[in-house]
Design a binder for this molecule. Sequence first.
Ligand code: FES
Length: 161
Amino acid sequence: MTTQENNLSRRDFLKLGIGALSALAMLEMGGVSLFFMQPRSLAGEFGGVVNAGPVDSFPLGSVVEFPDGRFFLIHAPDGGFLAVYSRCTHLGCTISWEADKNQFFCPCHASSFDTNGDVQNPPAPRALDLFAITIEDSQVLVDTGSITQRDRFTNDQLTYA
Ligand code: FES
């Protein structure tokens, strides 16, 4: 084998190595791209349907926060359910539930809302937004991808088991 042949085969070897590495890099990039292009399920988290739990786990007149779903589940005294978005309708701050005052409160500009989400104290311009509720197999399912704006509470907004 001559020196020239050795150089050529070394060059060929390098070309093969670079080619193989390039192919591997392309495969990895393709795989990563495909992974991120997969439709992502939002079930159980904000943006998707959250199973809040069994109907009978919520006492009448209770308000339970679901921080990951960004809502409060209200079980009205007459048995109806409401899921209110935990976002103030003024400028979007996160509200909290004040059980001792029986109200939702926004720390940003002191708006407050009653147990149905109606404005008690402005500047919030309208009631808290609602998420759609369905009840299946005695489970309360809240669709956080389906937001309804409303001016004020009306009885037809309640969902019953
Ligand atoms: S953002 Fe809630 S009162 Fe202003």
